[in-house]
Design a protein around this ligand. Sequence first.
Ligand code: AKG
Ligand code: FE2
Length: 518
Amino acid sequence: MKGNLLYGLKVGRQELQLQNMVVINELETGIMSSYDRKSELKAFDDSKFGVEGLVENGVTNVTCMFYSEHSNPCEGLTTKSNSKFNIPSIDLTNIHDDPILRDDVMGKVRYACENWGFFQVTNHGIPIHVLDEMIKGTIILQVLQNMVVTNELKTGTVSSYDRESELKAFDDSKVGVQGLVENGVTNVPHMFYCEQSNLSEGLTTKSNSKFSIPSIDLTDIHDDPILRNDVVGKVRYACEKWGFFQVINHGIPIHILDEMIKGTRRFHEQDPNVRKEYYTRDMSKKVVYLSNFSLFQDPSADWRDTLGFFWAPNPPRDEELPAICRDIVPEFTSKVMALGSTLFELVSEALDLDRFYLKKMGCGEGLLLLCHYYPACPEPEITMGTSKHTDGSFMTILLQDQMGGLQILHESQWIDVPAIHGALVVNIGDLLQLVTNDKFISVQHRVLANHLGPRTSIASFFRIDHHPPEGLSRVLGPIKELLSEDNPPVYREISFKDFLKHQYAKSIGASTLSFFNL
Ligand SMILES: O=C(O)CCC(=O)C(=O)O
Ligand SMILES: [Fe+2]
């Protein structure tokens, strides 16, 4: 903490206890004039922690700058107990319905205004829990700013409000977080408050991190076997140690990436009455717009809205696509499917399997596209853009704009994934961790909320598809060729149906893989 000069100041003084109030005697007047008030004020102000900061630092004496003029504490000194006066208290019950009561209240207000200039009101129509929340809210913010984790305080607050009603009202609005922002919200509503442990855990900053996520250049991998071999080695290292890497020169033209980001923004920023038409939690639809897939299961909602397309193997018809991004989505997905195919080849080779092994298994067949939109957040310190989670896919290809905010958990630290124009982020999902028997890892990641915004990202998940239902009886388990006496299976075989059942029932941060551990 800054401002040691202030906390080091020890000023001798006498204190006179007068009816439980501390009043300072003449000696102090001398001190007050002889000490360097300006420096003390400056040190205090520079600390930026306020009086609460003094208390947190265990101050046991009121420092000089707070000494009050003698005249103030002594003047008209009295205590509550021996006072014959009482500030007026006025009960506002029924003043809107009962004219006689209202008349009476008006008289009391007149008297109070003329003689006191002050009065208290009861039954004023603001629910007590709102008042309580307001007071507790101030405490929470103060605590968060100091990054002091006191979970109990927060949990107590969160459990005392009507979460169900707030979630329902929000979901019924059908316009997502962007709808709140369009309505001028200046505080993050309660349902978005994130467990403090999530926010502070593994806290790190870009500047002090010694790690950076691997970046792999795919130039010429189709033509040059030596280059390809080199790339396969890099992919193996990244999938084993990081579960994440970025690719550049991946073959998708940058203008298509840019246009996909613009199309996503256009959808989320269009007239709320138009986007509302797409809002649904019915996952049998091929185009869905919603905020927080597991809104009603999650401990806290994220500051994010999503437009989703269940794309492959059976894409939506053209007329089912929102008009505002109808051109770019098919173009983008066809390129992403091709890149996915290349990446599954590289990953197969990195596992020392036949180049087409994972493709033949059907890893690249199902594509779910999620077009995320993170509006600017008025209080980013109390919520998340995307809470920490692992992906339920085989593999994910992520396109992010230039805002940044994506972090991955690597060696117990949150590491920033830098936003590189033209690059794509690739990560291993739970299904690939399962079939590789933990050789390649599905790593936790999250997106921070930000004062600045919006942030846009498009996640392409190669996954098990749930349309059509015949595919659901297919069985997945650790690949036999990867198992040995030294490397026995750690997961049991599961049907697609089982996997999806767990995937849809869980909250965002819960692990699916642990269900299938042997
Ligand atoms: O928006 C991002 O950068 C990440 C989104 C994500 O992790 C996901 O959709 O699974
Ligand atoms: Fe993810």
